[in-house]
Design a protein. Structure first.
Length: 340
């Protein structure tokens, strides 16, 4: 097991550090202090090279020059909060707007906009980096102070675990974070050889602004049915991109696999939702991922698998509880296991 630390440029006059975690199988992940970004997921190939399973950039500025939230930490609350407001304990709270009058992915000053303090640890079977930040209303516009931490752990079973924790302050607040991680398991710049399985019978109905209406829609006889493995590219041709919240039945959320390379990512989550997103509309955003070698990115070059409590849960009692009570601690866990 090994941990390496190195400079990764500067952003907003702050030095950014890359932390590399390497296990005994020579599988490696790297994370950036800025945004607590999951930068790379490197796995050995047969020709003794390495394949990065994530969409990544070679410099920190590129992560912030487009709206795609590439592999960033998202919080306090992932997804959309309708009308950028909510009622709690007989009080009405307003939040910063950044999406057609709604709050998206923690608002304009969420988890991904800060340079986090960090520490590392290593034991016989795993290596970890812990990002920490004390967050109050003046920083992100959410009422109530929290002490937040994000822990990335890589073990010798090639499992990447991400633990999100928050300790509440004097006031109740909201907490529903995720990682906006994008995968491409192949050597291609598309998803034509990818197959996906999701343990879900229902998706959320949404309005024209992608705000949940409160209704669950059965996936039977629809393009959204991934209960058995289905080719991702064929679905995207039918529905012109995914931006869909799946209601999970089990902790085993999804399996993504590439038929050519035989690589697989197995996703587990302790929450009830998985948002699946493909970047259908990236034309004009001047995006070039590391794997593009200087060319402009293709649409749907990767697929985001965002495990979380169902979006806009604060407005729907049956969606799950995202309230963090005062002086309490909440921890959520997502894991991504690589197999080949």
């Amino acid at each position: 097991m090994k941990i390496l630390q190195e400079a990764f440029g500067e952003y907003n006059d702050e030095k950014v550090t890359r932390i590399r975690l390497i296990n005994d199988n020579n599988v490696e992940i790297s994370c950036l202090s800025m945004g607590a970004i999951w930068h790379q997921f490197l796995v050995p190939t047969k020709d003794k090279e390495y394949q990065n399973l994530l969409l990544s950039f070679d410099n920190i500025d590129d992560y912030y020059s487009n709206p795609q939230n590439i592999c960033k930490s998202i919080g306090r609350v992932a997804g959309r909060i309708k009308n950028a407001s909510y009622d709690l304990n007989a009080k009405h709270y307003k939040l910063p707007q950044n999406d057609h009058g709604n709050t998206l992915h923690g608002g304009p000053h969420g988890f991904s906009t800060w340079n986090w303090e960090y520490s590392t640890s290593v034991d016989e079977n795993s290596v970890s980096v812990t990002f920490q930040k004390k967050i109050d209303e003046s920083m992100d516009g959410f009422f109530g102070e929290i002490q937040a931490s994000i822990v990335y752990t890589l073990d010798n079973q090639n499992k990447v675990s991400i633990a999100y924790s928050a300790i509440g302050g004097k006031e109740d607040t909201l907490f529903n974070p995720t990682c906006h991680v994008y995968f491409n398991l192949s050597n291609r710049r598309d998803l034509t050889t990818h197959e996906l399985q999701i343990n879900s019978d229902h998706i959320l109905e949404t309005d024209e602004r992608l705000i949940p209406t409160g209704k669950f829609i059965a996936v039977d006889n629809t393009a959204y049915d991934f209960r058995n493995f289905k080719n991702v590219e064929s679905v995207l041709k039918e529905i012109k991109g995914l931006d869909t919240a799946y209601v999970l039945k089990t902790n085993l959320a999804a399996i993504l696999k590439d038929k050519e390379s035989k690589r697989q990512i197995i996703v587990h989550s302790d929450r009830n939702g998985l948002v699946v997103y493909t970047p259908e509309k990236i034309e004009g955003q001047n995006i070039s991922f590391s794997r593009d070698k200087g060319a402009l990115a293709n649409k749907n070059e990767g697929i985001a698998l965002e495990a979380q409590t169902l979006p806009d849960a604060i407005h729907h009692k049956n969606f799950g509880d995202i309230v963090l009570p005062s002086h309490s601690k909440q921890t959520y866990l997502i894991s991504f296991t690589f197999k080949q």
